[in-house]
Write a protein that binds this ligand. Structure first.
Ligand code: C5P
Length: 222
């Protein structure tokens, strides 16, 4: 069988990573969480005390930065300059700063080049905001995954509670809406549905149903 490339884009907390991971596992493909790369750089920038809005300051960190996504049983481990940052990149400090970092053209150019390299061999499920439009415009299957902001906030809330984090549903909904707005309005490869992406609204779907739908679509492409 041919090993295709599956691009999954969509707004924050739409279920992309959960579903992409499941699809990758079932197909024997590699799951690549591109948001984790922007998060890792944001974590580094916060630690270095740089102004996240300043392109020059953030981009100056790139030459000395090594971000590695290691596929594992639990999805993936994120290594930043050799250090495991898998957990710390999910904190709200990083979540609320990442859209500023990911808006910089130099940051995107660096990440996109890395991501294309990772997808070279095919057999990947890659999720993010610009995979179908900028990273892999010729991906065999593109999915644009959405859900209402209320449902997305509710899911993230339950996830936070399960992880033992403090969580406020209303605050989450506000943060998600702000992040979507920033990601959709940035000048460089904003979050937008590729013309040839299949729209998948998961508001009333279970994780299993969504994964099944994508696997069915993938079956039509191989
Ligand atoms: O997917 P996740 O929520 O972890 O992504 C974190 C942030 O990284 C997004 O809000 C966006 O600013 C940025 N991102 C991006 N392009 C991608 C993936 C993520 O700009 N392909």
């Amino acid at each position: 069988d041919k090993k295709i490339r599956i691009a999954i884009d969509g707004p924050a907390a739409a279920g992309k990573s959960t579903i992409a991971k499941l699809v990758a596992g079932r197909l024997g493909y590699t799951y690549i969480d591109t948001g984790a790369m922007y998060r890792a750089l944001t974590h580094k920038a916060i630690g270095a005390g740089v102004d996240l809005e300043e392109a020059g300051e953030v981009e100056a960190l790139l030459p000395g930065t090594q971000i590695i996504l290691e596929p594992g049983a639990e999805g993936q481990t994120v290594l930043l300059d050799g250090e495991d940052v898998t957990g710390v990149i999910r904190t709200s400090a990083v979540t609320n700063g990442v859209s500023a970092v990911s808006a910089h053209a130099g940051v995107r150019a660096y990440m996109v080049a890395e991501q294309r390299r990772m997808a070279r061999e095919g057999g990947v499920v890659m999720d993010g905001r610009d995979i179908g439009t900028a990273v892999l415009p010729d991906a065999e299957l593109k999915v644009f995954m959405t859900a209402t902001v209320e449902e997305r906030a509710r899911r993230r809330h339950l996830e936070n509670l399960a992880r033992g984090f403090d969580s406020d549903l209303g605050e989450l909904a506000r943060e998600i809406a702000i992040r979507d707005k920033k990601d959709s309005e940035r000048p460089v490869s904003p979050l937008v549905r590729a013309r040839d992406a299949v729209l998948l609204d998961t508001t009333d779907m279970t994780i299993e149903d969504a994964a099944d739908a994508i696997i069915r679509l993938a079956g039509e492409k191989v």
